[in-house]
Design a protein around this ligand. Structure first.
Ligand SMILES: [Zn+2]
Length: 292
């Protein structure tokens, strides 16, 4: 109980202290309820604590450790802000209010959220510690989520050492920034939905004589299924020739027969797509929907 009183007393200090562990979904709810006026974060800055290192916090941060940090920032450093987040091998801690500017990197304080990873990643012992993998994974997921929240790409993230006003190696000289961004991006794609196909993909079994194949590279346009012309025709009639686009049609030969079907769409690579029903009707192929 005495600790709770201490927290309340500390809340009267200069740092807008939160000191709460949150899952990503709790964080999402918390962020959506906040109003951003004086401080509008535009990117994320990643740090390591250096001291304490992993050995000095064998069980991550306790509530008392967090209160001690708050006391240190307010009374020793005389700051009125702090890093927004701490990450240890137990998860994410929102350290101070996310709609208030923090203090963590001189050039970036007014425009970014700061995240402190527990550990000293200038040292091989911490970098190779299995606990570091947990901390990095959690941090990369957190940054991916925050980038999606801010509607910015993961390559906007900064390391503290990118700040021209510091000569620190933070978040550790063993940490490779491009690999870090790559890992963040995997999470970002999940949160943003950018990794998903923007169209539904029905799967068909197509039969033309003895040629039977499953075809899934489909798109649906105005409830009609389309397929990439050259790729699909090569699969349907492997001995076709003289396949070309003439006007708004794809034209090709197979044996002595000449075929023509309308182009439905030109894709982002400039390739023509045709209607599945048209090409099957014209060639006499049968298609069966396996999965819509
Ligand atoms: Zn730093």
């Amino acid at each position: 109980m005495s600790q709770i009183v201490y927290v309340e007393l500390n809340n009267m200090g200069k740092i807008p202290y939160v000191g709460q562990r949150m899952s990503i979904s709790e964080l999402k709810k918390y962020l959506e309820a906040l109003t951003f006026s004086s401080f509008q974060p535009k990117f994320v800055v990643v740090h390591h604590t250096a001291a304490p290192n992993l050995k000095q916090r064998p069980n991550g941060f306790t509530d008392q450790h967090l209160i001690n940090l708050k006391h240190y920032y307010e009374n020793v450093m005389n700051w009125n802000g702090a890093p927004h987040f701490f990450v240890d091998d137990k998860g994410i801690i929102v350290f101070q209010a996310l709609n208030k500017a923090g203090v963590h990197a001189k050039s970036y304080n007014s425009s970014s959220w700061g995240i402190e990873m527990l550990g000293n990643y200038d040292t091989v012992s911490d970098f190779n510690n299995p606990r570091a993998k947990e901390i990095f994974d959690t941090t990369q997921e957190l940054v991916g989520f925050l980038c999606d929240f801010l509607k910015v790409q993961p390559n906007t993230l900064k390391f503290h050492r990118d700040d021209p006003l510091t000569n620190k190696t933070c978040p550790g000289k063993l940490v490779d920034k491009s690999k870090f961004i790559e890992a963040v991006n995997k999470h970002y794609l999940v949160f943003s939905g950018e990794g998903a196909e923007p169209w539904t993909n029905p799967v068909f079994e197509v039969t033309l004589g003895a040629n039977v194949f499953i075809y899934s590279k489909t798109r649906v346009v105005n409830s009609r299924t389309i397929v990439p012309a050259r790729e699909f025709i090569n699969k349907l009639q492997p001995k076709n020739y003289a396949l070309t686009k003439i006007g708004n049609n794809i034209v090709w030969m197979n044996g002595i027969k000449k075929y023509s079907t309308a182009v439905a769409e030109i894709d982002e690579n400039g390739s023509s797509w045709i209607f599945l029903r048209d090409v099957c009707d014209k060639t006499g192929a049968i298609f069966l929907l396996l999965k819509s």
